[in-house]
Design a binder for this molecule. Structure first.
Ligand SMILES: Cc1ncc(COP(=O)(O)O)c(C=O)c1O
Ligand SMILES: N[C@@H](CCOP(=O)(O)O)C(=O)O
Length: 465
């Protein structure tokens, strides 16, 4: 399998999976995409119904690593990774209402869906870096969950230094402590005086500085890295198969910020999984919902909400969908993205918008509506949802059609957001035993201004430690 950038051409020297795993973002500022969608025949999908989560993950991810990492290696990694999740099913399905299912993606070590992919990335990086005898500096931006998942996956790894930027005072305390109490030498946490979009912009700016990128051997583990998307596809396949796929379609509702998680579901549909609707749930940072309703992709100020991990205005992975809807035309894609960067307004061609709306639907919830949803889920179904998962379930309820199972991605454990959960339900969700002493652990992090030069200096120093 070869890869190409959303802003560049496919040439003979096209990178393979190992190359794009380490480089993360393409040199031209675009995002890597496979040069074609692997097709999974219906009989194969049917035969996968009996596979364990780990075996299924190896099959699905293996379609993107062909020529780079073999199936047996992937299988060993997947068994090791998913064998440590705290639920035997890895990503269990819970029927919350008739035909509405919660797909719990938070049974990994940091209690958020990011672990599903990030734990695999930790193993994949280690494998490729050892082979190449190479060291990288991972720089990542987080609104709360990617950071802790990445730090957990890469802490103490010999070939990796990791720097995570989070927006100062804009994550939950549990989220911050999950990052800042990891004291291994190879980990640096920076609280940026800005919002998540500022953090993400700085990561992209560091990648755009060719000399800096090369000097520090930068790598990315945000969902701009294709490997993250690839490793998020298996749970869509598995949950659809559990509810009758491929013989009948299912729909998915996904609480959305950077558009990586829902994009993985869309990719599954491109690979042959019958999917009816893909439903985006947003909080008051509703750029995607405005886009889906009115083709209005105008960036606004990021507003803090009850679901901080989705406090995002620039949904990086939308570029991948746009590229596809533009018939994989990198020049048009580059021009639209460049204009968006300069003006804060993305002019998506009308035909592309209409095509997107055939599958994608969107709904935005205020904090009050989110709280009401959490309250109702608990009162009516005895289901405790965190604010992000509640938004997914609300989107699922809104777009659920009779006869088509609706699967809502539950992206975080309620204990990551205890205040919001307590306020809505009266229940204080307890952290699991491995995190029970989180509030008495020592924290370490630097607070830095929203200034790219200061951040680069900190990354350099960390790299050279
Ligand atoms: C708990 C939670 N839910 C939802 C999202 C949104 O996912 P995505 O950015 O892939 O759209 C995030 C962050 O990415 C998250 O941490
Ligand atoms: N919500 C995310 C934001 C970054 O998303 P990613 O999927 O691109 O890594 C977070 O929790 O950090």
């Amino acid at each position: 399998m070869r890869y190409r950038s959303t802003r560049g051409t496919l040439d003979a020297a096209a990178p393979d999976f190992s190359d794009i795993l380490l480089s993360g973002l393409a040199g031209d500022g675009g995002l890597y995409m496979p040069d074609h969608w692997p097709h999974i025949p219906r009989e194969t999908l049917t035969s996968w119904r009996s596979l364990s989560y780990a075996d299924l993950a190896a099959e699905v991810i293996g379609l993107f690593t062909e020529g780079s990492i073999d199936r047996d290696t992937l299988r060993t990694m997947a068994h090791d990774v998913y064998g440590r999740f705290d639920h035997a099913a890895v990503a269990p399905l819970v029927e919350v209402e008739d035909g509405l299912f919660s797909l719990e993606l938070f049974h990994g070590p940091t209690l958020a869906f990011k672990d599903m992919a990030m734990q695999m990335l930790g193993r994949l990086f280690e494998h490729v870096l050892k082979q190449r005898n190479h060291h990288v500096t991972i720089v990542g931006a987080t609104s709360g969950d990617t950071g802790s998942a990445a730090i957990e996956a890469f802490r103490g790894r010999e070939h990796v230094s990791i720097v995570i930027l989070h927006p100062h005072n804009r994550t939950s305390e549990v989220q911050r402590r999950q990052m800042t109490t990891v004291l291994e030498d190879n980990v640096l946490n920076i609280a940026v005086e800005g919002d998540f979009d500022d953090c993400q912009d700085m990561v992209k700016a560091m990648f755009a500085d060719e000399a800096f990128r090369t000097d520090c051997s930068l790598s990315a583990v945000n969902s701009i890295n294709w490997a993250r998307i690839a490793a998020q596809i298996p749970y869509y396949v598995r949950s659809a198969l559990a509810l009758g796929g491929p013989d009948r379609p299912v729909s998915f509702a996904v609480p959305t910020g950077n558009f990586g998680n829902i994009l993985a579901a869309w990719v599954a549909s491109q690979m042959g999984l019958p999917i009816d609707r893909l439903c985006v749930g947003s909080n008051r940072n509703d750029i995607l919902t405005r886009f889906l309703l009115n083709n209005d992709m105008t960036k606004r100020q990021v507003e803090p909400s009850l679901s901080p991990s989705m406090d995002i205005q620039v949904s990086s992975n939308f570029e991948r969908l746009l590229f596809e809807m533009l018939g994989r035309d990198p020049n048009r894609c580059r021009a639209i993205m460049e204009e968006f960067r300069q003006t804060g307004c993305m002019a998506v061609p009308h035909d592309a918008w209409e095509q997107i709306r055939e599958t994608f639907h969107g709904i935005a919830l205020s904090d009050e509506q989110t709280t009401d949803t959490m309250k109702a889920l608990y009162a009516e179904s005895h289901y405790l949802a965190d604010p992000h998962s509640a938004i997914g379930l609300a989107a699922g309820r809104r777009f659920h059609e009779a006869g088509v199972p609706m699967i809502a991605a539950a992206t975080a454990h309620p204990a990551k957001f205890p205040d919001a959960v307590k306020k809505a339900t009266g229940i204080h969700p307890e952290l699991p035993p491995h995190l029970a002493d989180l509030f008495s652990r020592k924290e370490r992090y630097d607070v830095l201004p929203n200034d790219i030069e200061k951040i680069k200096a900190a990354v350099r120093t960390h790299r050279g430690r």
